[in-house]
Design a protein around this ligand. Structure first.
Ligand code: PXG
Length: 310
């Protein structure tokens, strides 16, 4: 998948004022140049922290409450105390969007263990660092949705749930980054990760689904996946559309022989897959059920979430 880049500062307006992106950092909105964290921050030194990637569509933060619940749950297991209550954090997200006059945005919400010293003991960090970046959304190329992706299984397996549970959205993404490098080396668009038992888990930043015989199937969380918010939404939309939806353990064979395969994630939304490990899926074109789910998804993105006005 493409890489989401923070946009460079916009060019000066005709009255000569340079608008800088405002970043929420530990309770204040600051210019991007001032939005810095310490080299002793354990988020940087150890990847000790949690994050969320969220989108706003036409003045609605899609499923903000669900994203915040997942953030607090990841932090709870890591015994990382988020310095704001959920309603305060919700306000901080909206404040950041307003400060940047963004109706459509990509929001990156990050909480690190905070500043400590050179030792991984989290007790050395007295207070978590919290920042929110809201920027213009860099969309994926249209081609991805019209032609579909080619993906391949990579040698790196998904983290074992009793090592670093994939249900936690932590700042340690090296499992996914290694897989991404392997996919790029193999000349495909995205990596498919199996678990230690050889079952299909997910891609580097997307959940996976297949359609076969009128059923929509996706792996259950216990195989080792992030419980995607887009995943939950798609399961709901599919049930509403009369599809039978199942969370089942499956292998690559089930994907190769499926009628349709697609990926889901906040950044990608729903993206069709047409080739896996050089096997053509269905007739090699994005499937009908995938397209109707994309349409159904796009109808609700600016309805199901937290509304705000600029
Ligand atoms: N699996 C993994 C490993 C993820 O990181 C998803 C599935 C999909 O979850 P959601 O809740 O988004 O449907 C993710 C989400 C980025 C970026 O900037 C990554 C994600 C989300 C947004 C942006 O790479 N990952």
């Amino acid at each position: 998948m493409g890489i989401l880049k923070a946009s460079s500062p916009p060019p000066s307006s005709n009255i000569g004022v340079v608008m800088s992106l405002k970043i929420y950092l530990d309770g204040k909105l600051v210019d991007r140049e001032q939005a810095t964290v310490s080299v002793f921050d354990h988020g940087l030194l150890y990847g000790d922290g949690v994050f969320e990637g969220i989108r706003a569509y036409n003045g609605v933060v899609f499923k903000l409450s669900e994203h915040l619940d997942r953030l607090y749950e990841s932090a709870y297991t890591l015994m990382l105390e988020i310095p704001l209550k959920k309603d305060e954090l919700e306000k901080a997200v909206i404040e950041t969007l307003k400060a940047n006059a963004l109706k459509d945005a990509y929001i990156r919400l990050v909480v690190t263990r905070g500043t400590g010293d050179l030792g991984l003991d989290p007790r050395k960090c007295k207070k978590a660092t919290l920042f929110i970046i809201a920027d213009k959304i860099a969309l994926y190329p249209k081609d991805y949705y019209e032609k579909g992706l080619k993906i391949a299984t990579v040698p790196t397996i998904r983290n074992h749930p009793e090592a670093l549970n994939p249900q936690l959205k932590t700042l340690n993404y090296l499992n996914n980054i290694l897989a991404k490098i392997e996919a790029t080396n193999a000349g495909v668009d995205e990596a498919l990760l199996l678990n230690a038992q050889g079952y299909v888990t997910e891609c580097t930043g997307e959940n996976i689904f297949y359609v076969k015989g009128g059923r929509l199937v996706t792996p259950p969380p216990y195989v080792g996946i992030l419980k995607g918010i887009t995943r939950e939404t798609v399961m709901h939309l599919a049930r509403e559309a009369g599809l039978q939806v199942a969370e089942e353990v499956f292998t690559r064979h089930d994907l190769y022989t499926a009628e349709e395969v697609f990926l889901t994630g906040t950044a990608a939304e729903i993206v069709p897959v047409v080739k896996i490990d050089n096997r053509t899926i269905g007739d090699g074109k994005p499937g009908k059920k995938t397209f109707s789910l994309i349409e159904a998804f796009r109808r609700i993105t600016d309805k199901e979430g937290t509304k705000y006005s600029l």
